[in-house]
Write a protein that binds this ligand. Structure first.
Ligand SMILES: Nc1ncnc2c1ncn2[C@@H]1O[C@H](COP(=O)(O)OP(=O)(O)O)[C@@H](O)[C@H]1O
Ligand SMILES: [Mg+2]
Length: 336
């Protein structure tokens, strides 16, 4: 990898086999786990089963939901998405089920709810784990096919929707705690898709970084060190964090390259971690002792404290190392 640069514009044009488009959004899919996931998506898309999508925030749950709709027999019918966490309950209820004119103050005209609007298509319920228990009951009734009324209405409404729900909370744990209804959980979980966190799919990190850079600033490229830092980072905010990191780095980069100095501290810190692979535990221990002795100017009592061991243990280890050829560095540090 050393010395290799990654040209974002290499991938900016032409058809890229790693990219697929769903309802106007482009998905970059290169790693084996994501390819496998997309394969499952295509397989279950054709049924009407409710699908529960589970994954960390920013990992791409909404994108996967859109892919499901895209591959379904309902693809030419409406796609409606609702963020259950974004609205207070009374508003969410009228958004989902609609209201008649005059149902409450401010209801100047009749409004169809998302269930009606999604008729024949897919209703995506994002952040379903945030629904309170009362709304869970109402939702379950409608999902079970019970006709419902718009708020303030007297005429029964039915709608044919395929439900796709997403959450980043552990719903099984919520069920055990009593904050999520077991019956609703099973109703939503007729099929399940787990979106793996970005840190488990390094191939996607590079492909996504190149894709976002090509969109944002095609004249720029990543230095090898910058790309290495991308690969070493754990991406707790997943793809969303990666996209924002690329956008910000492109803004501050000088010249034609995004380098380490253009990246936020948390990515550079990863670079400062010494490479631990390919070394034995013994070698690492010697390295730690050497660093501690160097840092304390050879003072064994302080070095032992730094290492979290007793001075006796340190002395014992030094005696062992002094008998070994590989420990020249340690012996020299002790001699000073
Ligand atoms: N595989 C991917 N390819 C391209 N963009 C992606 C991919 N996964 C996620 N994104 C983008 O990252 C952001 C977060 O994804 P999103 O689906 O909203 O995550 P979640 O719903 O899990 O929080 C969105 O802007 C989305 O378009
Ligand atoms: Mg989301």
């Amino acid at each position: 990898m050393q010395g290799h640069t990654y040209l974002a514009s290499d991938r900016a044009s032409g058809s890229d086999s790693n990219q697929q488009s769903f309802l106007g959004l482009t998905a970059v899919i290169r790693s084996a786990p994501m390819r496998q996931l997309m394969h499952t998506v295509e397989k279950i898309a054709k049924s009407n089963a409710a699908v529960l999508i589970i994954g960390e925030t920013g990992s791409g749950k909404e994108l996967v939901a859109r892919a499901l709709h895209h591959h379904s027999l309902r693809c030419s019918r409406p796609w409606i998405d609702v963020n259950c966490a974004a609205l207070p309950d009374h508003l969410l209820e009228s958004e989902l089920f609609g209201h008649e004119k005059g149902a409450f103050s401010g209801a100047d005209s009749m409004k169809q709810g998302f269930f009606e609007l999604a008729h024949g298509g897919t209703l995506f319920l994002d952040e379903i784990g945030e629904l309170d228990l009362k709304m869970q009951v109402k939702l379950l009734r409608v999902l079970d096919g019970t006709p419902y009324y718009r708020l303030g209405g007297t005429r029964k409404v039915t709608s044919d929707v395929r439900i796709v729900a997403a959450t980043n909370v552990d719903l099984r744990e919520a069920v055990d705690k009593g904050t999520f209804r077991r019956d609703l959980y099973h109703r939503l979980d007729q099929a399940r898709l787990d979106v793996p966190p970005l840190r488990t799919r390094m191939e996607d990190v590079q492909a996504l970084a190149e894709y976002f850079l090509a969109k944002e600033a095609p004249q720029l490229r990543f230095s090898a060190a910058a790309m290495e830092a991308f690969r070493a980072h754990s991406w707790p905010g997943n793809v969303r964090e990666l996209r924002n990191t690329v956008v910000k780095a492109a803004l501050v980069a000088e010249g034609d390259e995004i380098d380490l100095c253009d990246l936020p501290d948390e990515l550079c810190a990863a670079d400062a971690v010494p490479h631990l692979t390919g070394r034995t535990l013994d070698e690492l221990e010697q390295q730690a002792i050497l660093s501690a002795l160097t840092e304390t100017g050879g003072r064994q009592d302080r070095a032992a404290r730094l290492l979290g061991i007793s001075q006796r243990t340190l002395i014992r280890k030094l005696k062992i190392y002094n008998g070994q050829e590989t420990s020249r560095g340690v012996a020299e540090a002790v001699a000073r």
